[in-house]
Write a protein that binds this ligand. Structure first.
Ligand SMILES: Nc1nc2c(ncn2[C@@H]2O[C@H](COP(=O)(O)OP(=O)(O)O)[C@@H](O)[C@H]2O)c(=O)[nH]1
Ligand SMILES: [Mg+2]
Length: 469
């Protein structure tokens, strides 16, 4: 191998050294609570702990302490709070650094006083996700696991939470590592022949390189399918309801939600702004968006609403084209003219729903592939829920780990590189080209776990975390 995987990963680690500052943050949510937690991480944590608590507790043992600010101008006012201190010396802590955790009273003022006293001792405020970032940089967990920490905190359903904790425990990362291990084995073989081009064909044939790559592609595909389910759990989907005025889009949103979120009237053009509501379908978080009915409107407010509808369609995963059973026939256009405009970007997936099924004879001819419902009676809503889940590719059942779109993209890139490697072998294009594609595949997989990940991507990932995590 011209450059071994180990050398590369060492390079990466040294390029991304943890900075030496000691950081602190309130780790609990703002507001009044029984307990509020403050975390300090870094080399100064022990000195700060001694200064504020008069001494450090024994490692990993809860200790009731008084916390005072030694820099208080009036010594009578130095005492700030009484609470539990926990001391986690490096490397056995969340970040891998010395960590001091304070569990005090959970009021914003008292917590701020404690934080100010800590900062007075030289710690700086942590950036969002900086504790997790340090845990990652110190090798406590890989990038996909760190993302699972954020996904667990943000999970919008019980299934999503269970999936995130699985990913946090490494169920997803382990499968990525297994692919990397297979790939590394192949690279060793292929790269060993780069310097002996005459033996190319022999080596490829005698070691079943083609079938091993094909096998690897198959393993990628299995992981991609599972990760798709995981992405649906973690990131959810957005579904936009579009259609002509008065077909019952708002009624449908309310019916699916089980509450009167949107205003419903028999006056066409009632809904103007976008109305967003969250629900959970089969464990999958769904952001449902009700919109202004599509028609040519002279009313500037309604026209603005229609413009928003059109813009929102492009951002949705799925659009539900709502029609009314009173008018719906196969020949009629589902939407008014503004919807037919060719230049309107639309959601990648769509589903046709015919509402107001209660108003027509059930024996009347039906539009093929449409879901018939009545927002009024609730008829067909269960089937609609199932069709929405099916349309976005959700398979029922639990037992999945969460994943992100970023991971799916990386797995797709890896598969593409492996397929190119196979084409190169087929075309006898030279072993260097095969080796290069295998390297690209491994780099893609490495970006999932953070082995090869650009600093700006790390900043983006950890920047979306909470402060104090
Ligand atoms: N009979 C019947 N009327 C409905 C149904 N859904 C909505 N409507 C009525 O149709 C009218 C328009 O409904 P709305 O939800 O405001 O339609 P939107 O303009 O598409 O949002 C209202 O008078 C609703 O009560 C349904 O399933 N059956
Ligand atoms: Mg409406």
């Amino acid at each position: 191998m011209s450059e071994s995987a180990e050398e590369r990963s060492e390079e990466q680690t040294s390029a991304a050294l943890v900075d030496a500052d000691t950081i602190a943050a309130i780790a609990t949510a703002p507001g009044l609570a029984g307990v509020g937690v403050i975390r300090i991480s870094g080399a100064e944590a022990s000195r700060i702990g001694r200064a504020l608590l008069g001494g450090l507790p024994s490692p990993r043992q809860a200790s009731l302490r008084q916390l005072s600010d030694p820099l208080a101008s009036d010594p009578d006012q130095a005492l700030i709070d009484e609470g539990i201190a926990l001391w986690f010396p490096a490397p056995n802590s969340f970040t891998g650094e010395d960590v001091l955790e304070w569990q005090g009273h959970g009021g914003p003022v008292v917590l701020q006083l404690v934080l100010d006293a800590i900062r007075g001792q030289g710690a700086r405020l942590a950036r969002p996700g900086e504790f997790s970032e340090r845990a990652f940089l110190n090798g406590k967990m890989d990038l996909a696991q760190a993302e699972a920490v954020a996904d667990l905190i943000a999970s919008a359903s019980a299934s999503a939470a269970r999936g995130a904790v699985r990913a946090l425990r490494g169920e997803f990362s382990d499968q990525v590592h297994a692919l990397v291990a297979d790939l590394t084995g192949l690279r060793v073989l292929v790269e060993a022949t780069v310097d002996f081009p005459d033996e190319d064909i022999d080596v490829i044939e005698s070691h079943d390189v083609v079938s091993r790559i094909a096998q690897l592609i198959g393993n990628h595909r299995t992981l991609i399918a599972n990760s798709r389910q995981g992405r649906l759990l973690a990131e959810g989907v957005s579904v936009v309801l579009v259609g002509a005025p008065n077909v019952g889009k708002s009624s449908l949103l309310n019916a699916l939600l089980g509450s009167d979120r949107a205003i419903v009237t028999d006056i066409p053009g009632t809904t103007r702004d976008l109305i967003e509501a969250d629900l959970v379908l089969d464990g999958m978080p769904v952001r449902l968006v009700d919109t202004a009915g599509l028609r040519d409107s002279e009313d500037p407010v309604e026209a603005a609403g229609i413009a928003r509808t059109q813009a929102r369609r492009a951002q949705a995963d799925l659009e539900i084209l709502v029609r009314s059973a009173e008018q719906a026939t196969e020949l009629e256009p589902a939407l008014g003219d503004p919807a037919q405009a060719a230049d309107i970007a639309r959601a990648p997936l769509s589903l046709t729903v015919v509402n107001k099924s209660d108003l027509v004879d059930p024996k009347q001819d039906r539009i093929a592939d449409a879901v018939y419902v009545s927002a009024l009676t609730g008829d067909g809503l269960e089937a609609l829920r199932g069709e929405i889940a099916k349309a976005v590719g959700r398979e029922p059942g639990d037992g999945q780990f969460t994943a992100r779109q970023r991971h799916l993209d990386a797995l797709d890139h890896s598969v593409a590189a492996l397929e190119t490697a196979l084409e190169n072998i087929d075309a006898q294009a030279g072993i260097e080209l095969v080796a290069e594609e295998l390297r690209l595949a491994q780099d893609s997989l490495g970006s999932i776990t953070g082995q090869f990940t650009a600093d700006d991507l790390l900043g983006e990932i950890f920047g979306s975390f909470c402060i104090g995590k």
